[in-house]
Design a protein around this ligand. Structure first.
Ligand code: FES
Ligand SMILES: [Fe+2]
Length: 476
């Protein structure tokens, strides 16, 4: 029954058994008879479970989120706290934090943060000076022993301790100040000033899959629990992705006129391949893709087997990651980490995108192509990586173009949501229900970690694929 499927828990078995329950669900799944304009109903609608009732249904009965979730600035503002500050969010690539003294700034849910490599330990702090609130670090930097405020030069050690407050409390006789200025700078009489309590505010940080993740609320479960079976599933890759193991060969920033969720949802499904990526489809079409969905705050599918069509994605062009299991050398994994990171992990390289939402209708994508030292040691490695990046850049641009088209269409007040294809869009349904869990912030659901699809996940243990079953409700 539907309860066996991801998000099926929205209907308990007893509800499903009641006479007429299925017909009632279908009525709820039907498109609204009259479109309602969200602009006049505003944010109270976003805290009302009834708004999302049709998306909560099992995937084969559900309706997608209404178009306003991609356009309403109030929704976007609520997402900052409910989605981004309460989740584990990718804040930095570990390739940028591999040496002691590396500092990387980021903005998560509207809050400025800074990540630091403190003698091999990755730390994260609110990127705000304890004095008068200046943002401390504005760009990546390296070889720093302190985090120095650009305003009055307070200095913080990389473990967050406040260690320097020039002419403030550590110079009681004013001897560091030129004599003629001492009267003006007699600012050391600060009552009850305790430097040990004025350090940087720490943020929970954990590392995996070559990324540093932060959780600003401090309430999310540990990262290993958050991602469920994902990290054990990729334990062999993980040994190749840690600090110092990866090399970023290409980076690109894309400025996009689309909501960040449109970009995630596009990445989650391969239904659009024939229309949007016709060249890719010539060598890797819909039939080579399978769902790869286990328990955890992620959505996944895979390409298996990788076909050899004379493109830069062909297996065998570069040596594979040295630690991966034998059955992975002809498979690529396409993974989206809730909320805003997605990547395609190939046996020899991977292309990763981290989204930085700017407003309801605008998103910046940071894309990075990475590989390992062994791949870079072959004679024509640079040329091969260049070709690979050009290929990914083209695919990504095709995706961005169609996402901007979706952004325009979903602005129509008549668009109140569509229907999901079970085969292709269960991942989109899963993502949208994660969004609803976060936005409603109901205690029971706020940190719910969805179950996986047993039929789709069995492959990685057995080394072979199994076709996912249709949900039982489809046969009623
Ligand atoms: S705001 Fe940072 S030292 Fe004054
Ligand atoms: Fe695509």
């Amino acid at each position: 029954m539907a309860g066996d499927w991801a998000w099926g828990e929205y209907f308990t078995p007893s509800e499903c058994m009641k006479p007429g329950a299925f017909q009632r669900r279908l009525r709820r799944a039907a498109p609204l008879a009259s479109a309602r304009c969200f602009s006049t109903q505003r944010h109270h609608r976003w805290s009302d479970p009834a708004t999302f009732e049709r998306t909560r249904l099992p995937v084969d009965e559900a309706t997608t989120l209404p178009g306003a979730v991609y356009h309403d600035e109030e929704f976007f503002s609520l997402e900052k706290n409910n989605v981004f500050q309460s989740s584990w969010v990718a804040a930095a690539e570990l390739v940028d934090l591999q040496n002691p003294g590396d500092l990387v700034p980021a903005t998560i849910g509207g809050a400025p943060v800074v990540l630091a490599n403190d003698n091999g330990t990755i730390r994260a702090f609110h990127n705000v000076c304890s004095h008068r609130g200046a943002q401390l670090i504005n760009a990546k930097c390296s070889k720093r022993r302190t985090i120095l405020c650009p305003y009055h030069r307070w200095g913080y050690a990389l473990d967050g301790r406040l260690v320097g407050t020039p002419s403030f409390d550590d110079d009681p006789d004013g001897k560091k100040v030129p004599e003629q200025l001492r009267e003006k700078f007699r600012t050391h009489h600060v009552k009850d000033f305790d430097k040990s309590k004025m350090g940087l505010k720490p943020i929970n940080v954990e590392c995996a899959l070559g990324l540093a993740f932060v959780n600003l609320s401090g309430e999310a479960p540990p990262l290993a629990e958050w991602f469920g079976d994902l990290l054990p599933q990729f334990a062999d890759f993980e040994k190749s992705l840690g600090a110092g193991k990866l090399h970023a060969t290409h980076r690109k920033t894309y400025n996009i006129d689309a909501n960040w969720k449109v970009l995630v949802e596009n990445y989650l499904e391969y239904y659009h391949l024939p229309a949007v990526h016709p060249d890719l489809c010539k060598v890797s079409g819909v039939d080579e893709h399978r769902r790869n969905q286990g328990r955890g705050m992620y959505m996944g599918f895979a390409t298996d087997p990788l076909t050899k069509g004379g493109t830069p994605l062909d297996p065998g062009r570069l040596p594979v990651f040295p630690t991966i299991a034998a059955h992975r050398t002809e498979t690529a994994y396409h993974l989206s980490l809730f909320p805003n990171t997605f990547f395609s992990l190939y046996p020899d390289a991977f292309f990763r995108v981290v989204l930085s939402p700017q407003s309801a209708g605008r998103t910046v994508e940071h894309a990075t192509l990475m590989t390992h030292a062994g791949a870079l040691s072959v004679p024509d490695a640079d040329a091969k990586m260049e070709e690979l990046f050009a290929y990914w850049d083209n695919i990504n641009t095709e995706d961005i173009d169609i996402c901007e088209v979706v952004q325009k269409g979903t602005a129509a007040p008549t668009y109140q949501g569509g229907r999901f294809s079970f085969r292709f869009e269960e991942t989109v349904h899963r993502f949208q229900n994660m969004i609803v869990d976060k936005m409603l912030a109901e205690p029971a659901n706020r940190y719910r970690i969805p179950n996986g699809d047993q039929e789709a996940t069995g492959f990685y243990e057995s080394g072979s694929w199994a076709e996912p079953k249709q949900p039982a409700t489809a046969a009623l």
